[in-house]
Design a protein around this ligand. Structure first.
Ligand code: FAD
Length: 464
């Protein structure tokens, strides 16, 4: 069906208001890319549903017209996830942005998919609760579930998959299902929560999420520790984890990245490999953890460790860390961000980061290394001149080399950003025969292949 013919638009307008179906050039452009360097491609239409029934009706129309549907949260993903390579209808969830129920006693919250993590935390604060997953961008919870996002606190609280109790999902054929329950544990049936979390909009549209939340800790202490080398910093993290210190956050920022932090956030932190740390707990336990950590980092040549209890100073510290990718973007106008994202077993982390730095230097690239090192997850941030084919080729080579290194050591090609189009080429190598099972699941749930085509498991186009 040719979408320039107005049938589809008219059909959508029978149940969506004028402002809910857009062909506006600016909105089409906004939905033709994510935050990555991947090739852009526009949708034909963008729709803004306000409830599950409307999502359902859009899916039914798309089904009848065999038109692609691309679920869209805020478009902050980094591997081309939301780019409509076959055009079609982008479903923007920004108008489904209500916190529906807070079940304080159950530590659960039910939200619509367009609620962002900071919006949720603002609401939860009134109840003395917080939601733990905090990717660098202020993403939507629907997008975060669909990518199995994680962030600085995952070392203690787990990733998005660990927080999802139940999802309401509109399937490609228009059926509405729930993937879980409110119960804390269950041995009933296949684990559909886990299947839909990380499915990147290829298996269904998430229209509601029930998520686990936590009590705001009684005491929080943050710290900044500087080391002479990245290797010393990483070895210190491994020792902290091996000693069983219940660390809530531990982030590595290398020397070039500390320079970017200081320039962008107007801070005056030491420009050396640095660990940003945080401890949550009661005062007595926390004092013990802090003292123990001081001893451990001293054994790894830590040159300075500064602790912060003041709320405002702590927030500033984490804001500076969260803004790191934006600091690189801001400091390199005209260039595009490529962030690598591998995850290795913690015992392999120091070697992996050392290997990554060697490769960056060998290729003559300019990149900073940072990571959620408590999870064995690290990133290289590269600012690329997309008009320089040599630089692009080198960046791709680097990506290949660090993925290879991770896979050879039992790691994964993506710790948190997901597959999108960028990591599809590694799926066979990482999953082997299991990829065939994934493709069968995709075909069973999306027979006509209308849901976010050419992503995660399917690659029909050769030039992506
Ligand atoms: C500066 C920066 C820092 C980042 N840091 C991190 C980080 O620390 N950790 C991390 O994990 N990620 C990080 N990311 C990546 C990104 O923020 C996450 O992948 C995030 O989860 C995407 O959420 P979104 O709302 O923007 O979703 P989008 O980008 O809009 O969509 C992402 C995927 O989810 C699907 N989707 C969206 N909504 C739905 C829905 N309702 N139903 C079904 N599918 C849906 C889309 O089709 C797409 O495949 C970072 C990105 C940036 C730009």
């Amino acid at each position: 069906m040719n979408l320039t013919d107005s049938n589809l638009y008219e059909e959508l307008r029978t149940f969506l208001k004028e402002h809910q179906v857009s062909k506006n050039e600016t909105q089409i452009e906004q939905h033709s890319h994510d935050e990555s360097y991947h090739k852009v491609s526009p949708p034909d239409l963008v729709v803004f549903p306000e409830n599950t029934d409307e999502v359902n009706a859009v899916v039914n129309v798309a089904n009848a017209y065999q038109t692609p549907i691309i679920p869209y949260g805020l478009g902050t993903s980094l591997e081309g996830h939301v780019i409509p390579y076959d055009h079609g209808i982008t479903i923007d969830f920004s108008q489904m942005n209500k916190v529906l129920v807070v079940r304080e006693k159950d530590f659960l919250v039910k939200v619509q998919p367009g609620v962002t993590r900071s919006q949720l935390n603002k609401e939860l604060k009134k109840y003395g609760l917080f939601f733990s997953v905090d990717p660098g961008a202020d993403a939507t919870l629907g997008g975060m579930a669909a990518t199995n996002a994680s962030g600085t606190t995952s070392v203690k609280y787990g990733v998005m998959r660990d927080q999802v109790r139940d999802l309401e999902v509109v399937l490609a054929n228009g059926e509405l299902i729930h993937t879980g329950s409110l119960a804390q544990k269950s041995s009933s049936g296949y684990n559909l929560n886990s299947l839909f979390v990380g499915s990147e909009g290829t298996l269904g549209c998430i229209t509601e999420l029930t998520l686990k939340v936590y009590g705001i800790p009684e005491h929080v202490v943050a710290a900044r520790a500087s080391f002479p080398s990245v290797n010393d910093a990483v070895e210190a993290v491994v020792s902290i984890l091996q000693a069983g210190v219940p660390i809530a956050r531990v982030e590595l920022v290398d020397e070039p990245s500390m320079k970017q932090v200081n320039m962008f956030s107007e801070t005056h932190y030491k420009e050396q490999p640095t660990l940003f740390l945080e401890f949550h707990g009661n005062e007595a336990g926390l004092n013990y953890d802090v003292e123990f950590t001081k001893e451990i980092v001293a054994d790894h040549q830590c040159e300075e460790i500064l602790f912060e209890q003041d709320n405002a100073v702590r927030n500033r510290l984490w804001e500076a860390r969260h803004n790191l990718a934006y600091a690189y973007v801001h400091g390199n106008p005209g260039k595009k961000l490529m962030v690598t994202d591998v995850c290795v077993p913690i015992s392999e982390l120091a070697g992996a980061i050392e290997h990554a730095r060697e490769k960056v230097n060998e290729l003559g690239l300019n990149g900073g290394i940072t990571g959620h090192v408590g999870d064995g997850n690290y990133h290289i941030l590269l600012m690329m001149d997309m008009d320089d084919p040599n630089e692009v080729k080198k960046a791709e080579q680097l990506n290949e080399q660090i993925v290879d290194y991770a896979l050879q050591r039992g790691g994964t090609c993506t710790g948190e950003h997901g597959v999108g189009v960028g990591k599809m080429k590694y799926q066979q190598r990482e999953h082997g025969e299991a990829l065939r099972v994934m493709k069968k699941i995709k075909s069973a749930l999306d027979e006509k292949e209308i849901l976010n085509p050419h992503k995660l498991v399917h690659q029909k186009k050769t030039d992506l």
